[in-house]
Write a protein that binds this ligand. Structure first.
Ligand SMILES: Cc1ncc(COP(=O)(O)O)c(C=O)c1O
Length: 420
């Protein structure tokens, strides 16, 4: 195509190719060509019937009330979100979570993915004080962050400590000796529960990360896509409290609404202000439907109860089922372990000292109509070689049990062959 040879550095960086884009194309292509594929790879939420009914009836209610729908469809909101929604969200967070926030602390954005793109590029990259980087203290981390920096070398990952908890279970812990925050650190960022591992920070880790961030006058960013306050898929007691200096991201997606592309950032007013200005340039305004749909649910504790009583138990049961099928299929035949089931939708499988790298195992499984995500994609911004993620796979538990069982049994068979 004409002109593309001269594209800018930013253009080349975003227009790819990138690892994540290749993987997503490969996953999407495999699924389109082979509908019988067992899809244990994606990040979309499960179809939980009673949750979908709630959203369907809310849409019916909006259709019946012409003024609500017309207002949402006809108007451009201010780029930081509808002020009534921001006020209602702040009241919800004060009441249900005890966070001391007002409308000035709330920015609405078109999804957590966009929120992090704007945040990373707001805080890190070339600054007057030199190059600054966002540190991820607890790798492996969300694959979607990997290519978001508009300049090279903006994102920097740190290996975790690996704590074994019996023969087939492990947990990641922040290695504070490796963290090393310096004057070129722009922020600390953790997804919690983590994608891919499901790891949930302990209260001590969270407090210590905050103290370190505070000490260096940088933000601690927490990506709550699967966690607090909704959809609340956390199986430990960890319930983070937002404090000044922190940046929290909350998304509607894992409530079963990824199609609405709506998320909320909770931050100090200057960060909210900056995000609003950036969003005006990039998006003009947010989609209004997500905000209009959620509005009545912010008036009471329905979203909290939905997470606690329906969504969290659903994923807990499904992930325990998946682990049991894996344990029954693999037994003690090979050295395997999964990360402790602490939250989110995934089983993070570690095949210790695996003779086959995760990319190759991914291909072998795809040939047998099972799609997973190979672990090395979740290790970006590392200094030097890190073998561990090459021995890992992310398995999504949100498909129906019969699909999960079939997929895991094939996976176990393929894994056993690797050691023969
Ligand atoms: C940890 C994490 N953060 C952010 C996102 C982006 O979510 P969305 O843009 O749908 O809000 C995802 C999506 O899977 C995720 O897993």
């Amino acid at each position: 195509m004409t002109g593309m040879n001269d594209s800018s550095q930013t253009g080349r960086r975003l227009a790819g190719p990138s690892g994540i884009q290749e993987l997503m194309d490969d996953l999407g292509g495999a699924l389109a060509l082979h509908p019988e594929m067992r899809m244990l790879g994606g990040g979309q939420p499960a179809a939980i019937q009673c949750v979908q009914e709630i959203w369907r009836s809310r849409i019916a209610e909006m259709l019946a009330d012409e003024s609500t729908l017309d207002r949402a469809l006809l108007n451009y909101d201010p780029p930081g979100g509808n002020p009534l929604f921001r006020e209602a969200m702040a009241a919800f967070l004060r009441r249900e979570c005890g966070w001391e926030v007002s409308l000035d602390n709330i920015a609405v954005l078109p999804g957590g993915q966009t929120a992090f793109f704007l945040l990373f590029n707001l805080l890190a990259g070339e600054t007057e004080g030199g190059k600054k980087r966002v540190i991820f203290p607890l790798m492996p981390e969300y694959i979607g962050y990997a290519n978001q920096g508009l300049s090279a070398d903006m994102l920097s990952g740190r290996e975790p400590l690996i704590e074994m908890r019996g023969a087939h279970e492990f947990k990641y812990r922040v290695d504070f000796d490796r963290l090393r925050v310096t004057s070129d650190t722009a922020a600390l960022c953790v997804s919690c529960p983590a994608n891919p591992s499901g790891n949930v920070l302990t209260d001590e880790e969270f407090d210590r990360l905050y103290e370190i961030a505070l000490c260096h006058d940088i933000p601690l960013m927490l990506d709550n896509a699967y966690g607090h306050p909704f959809p609340g898929v956390i199986h430990t007691d960890f319930r983070p409290v937002w404090r000044p200096g922190m940046i929290f991201s909350i998304s509607l997606s894992k409530l079963g609404l990824p199609g609405l592309r709506t998320s909320v950032v909770v931050a100090d007013a200057p960060v909210v202000h900056a995000l609003r200005n950036m969003n005006a340039i990039v998006s003009l305004a947010n989609g209004n439907l997500g905000q209009a749909m959620l509005m009545p649910f912010l008036a009471d504790d329905r979203l909290i109860r939905l997470g606690r009583e329906v969504i969290r138990p659903f994923y807990q049961k499904r992930s325990e089922f998946t682990r049991q099928v894996l344990a029954d299929s693999l037994g003690d035949s090979v050295p395997w372990a999964v990360h402790s089931l602490e939250g989110a939708f995934f089983l993070w499988l570690w095949l210790k000292d695996s003779p086959v790298p995760s990319g190759e195992l991914y291909q072998r499984l795809k040939a047998r109509k099972v799609l997973v995500v190979p672990g090395h994609y979740f290790a970006f911004g590392m200094d030097g070689e890190w073998r561990h993620p090459q021995e890992c796979l992310r398995i999504t538990c949100s498909q129906p049990e019969a699909v999960v069982r079939e997929g895991i049994e094939i996976l176990a068979d393929e894994v056993r062959r690797m050691w023969r």
